[in-house]
Design a protein around this ligand. Sequence first.
Ligand code: GLA
Ligand code: GLA
Length: 683
Amino acid sequence: MSVTSGGPLLGTRLPHLLYGADYNPDQWPEEVWPEDVRLMREAGVNLVSLGIFAWSRLEPTPGKFDFAWLDRIMGLLHEGGISVDLATATASPPPWLSHAHPEMLPMLADGGRLWPGARQHYCPSSPVYRHATRRLVEALATRYAKHPALAMWHVGNEYGCHVPACWCDVSADAFRAWLQRRYDTVEMLNHAWGTDFWSQRYSSWDEILPPRRTPTWPNPSQQLDFMRFCSDALLECYDIEHAVLTERSPGVPVTTNFMQFFKPLDYWKWAEREDIVSDNVYQDPLDPAAGMRAAMSGDLMRSLGRGRPWVLMEQSPNRVNWREINAAKAPGQMRLWSYQAIARGADGVMFFQWRQSRAGAEKWHSAAVPHGPAESSPAWHEVVGLGQELGRLDVVCGSRGHADVAILLDWESWWALELPSKPTGRLRQIEQVEACYRPLFEANITTDFARPVDDLSGYKLVIAPSLYMVSDEAAANLVGYVNAGGTLVMSFFSGMVDSNDHIRLGGYPKPFTQLLGLNVVDFMPLGNGQEVPVQLADGTQATGRIWSELIEPAGAEVLAHFSGSALAGRPAVTRNRFGAGTAFYYGTLLDPLAMAGWLRSTWTHAGAKPVAETPSGTEAVRRTAPGGSLLFLLNHEEVAADVSVTDAGVNLIDGRPVQPGRLTIGPRNVAVIFQERMEEGRR
Ligand code: GLA
Ligand code: GLA
């Protein structure tokens, strides 16, 4: 789906692509600051995320604030023409707070406490923590709302990264209150949690606990509700700060930084509360699929913002420090991955962090300004070069992407799918999503992510990989989408349970048996490394992994069948015409080659078109600007690639005209081609 252009992300405040870094001047003597600002200007930096972990410097003792240093650095940045994404600094409570209130420290499921000395050591439901954050944010917002350097607010940092859940007594109370709002009566809760199983029937609210460490599996519906509650509890922390900021600092956009496909937080709900979606992306240079994975999270961020541009809030200029092995980025890789984020809808590229720390747990994490002289650091030169280039790309600001295809991703279903005690423990949501995403990525078919309850009518193809849990509303929405002419691809273990994680009785997958024209009679999960042979309709042999199942067709046409195991001769892949549309189904995870070929047939059937045909390893993505369109060509390989370009334009990176025909893109290089006219249907 596409939406019209909305102009620069921060409007007239900063009408350029955002470029900068986390900036922690509180870690440095003030003499260093003017040098920072000078180097920022040299690198083309126009925005810094300021003071993310500065709480103990901003409020050295309870309720006594020291803003003098922040005033000075805000002034210095403003004089240097650099805007500020001002942090609320609430991600790491100061020692005095947890010292006075040890009950605010988070508790694990087995009763162990997490202690101060790192960061994020707070119980999300703690009234002490919430009260202290409100007081700090009120003081910050009051003081800086009108500051000329202020462009954006950065709430907290990576909510849930280290402490996504807490099992303490305060959390238990908050969980009970959350459950009362959801269920009204204990009897309704008993029904939803299926408490007649294993003698778990509750007679009063007081008996109900978060799923603490139990002898064996805790009640799955209880676990699912606890995951919902935990995401909401942190969202309440964000909301407290957000409310203060919108009241005292109206018109200044608010964000908090996401972490790609982060399981504990339902980012669909979170993104609705943000003015700007932002993301932290730390791909491992040693991961051969890093490029695909970064593209996938970029597509997620664009989708979370419902098409609005987002911000790559953090990436590393070079190495990180938190993996077992922290590989360096290859020359050009940081630049390439930055353009990739922009291609997928980012209107800003920022680093963690500006100046490399000399003390603390992250002193071996790379930064824009290294420990040694900047001039001799290749990473610094890449940072400077990219800043200069981005300064020429104002036309990208506010442009929008377009996708014919959507992959459904529902956090609650993801949580339920990965709870234990299933037919197999090897079914992981994001692996199933990636199996579908990879062929689309490699074919340059732009893909959105969507919720199962969204209006899907703008998509030609919708894919539902292992959508285990569906609400009645979602089930009706998917059936309605196909009935009205849509094309749906659904995989095994979809539609199994309702929103309480209760089986949908009457034959699997109950809400979709008519839509798919089949019944699934039984599951035969595969062992580690085990493969089952599959024969495609054209006679090609393939293999299935992880899962197989006994499918009884009830109207569906068989496109591939199992050709070995007890399932030999039984359907593996099917197609069913339903209403004005088509529903495809696969009952095993096809090997990547077969998956790519088969998915291609589904998107061809649906009429989804690639942005461009490119050699393998070169990614093509398009954004649409008011005056034309921007074709991003990104060569991920270490050798040059020849791409055939169909329309004339200008490569904005070097200002050179591009004629229709062959365009050579160097190793790990990029072209951003502005094309004034677009052919019909090639958005
Ligand atoms: C996260 C955090 C940063 C920093 C980086 C290091 O993204 O938000 O504060 O710890 O990781 O990679
Ligand atoms: C044991 C228990 C049963 C049931 C089965 C499942 O035998 O006694 O209650 O949990 O395992 O295999």
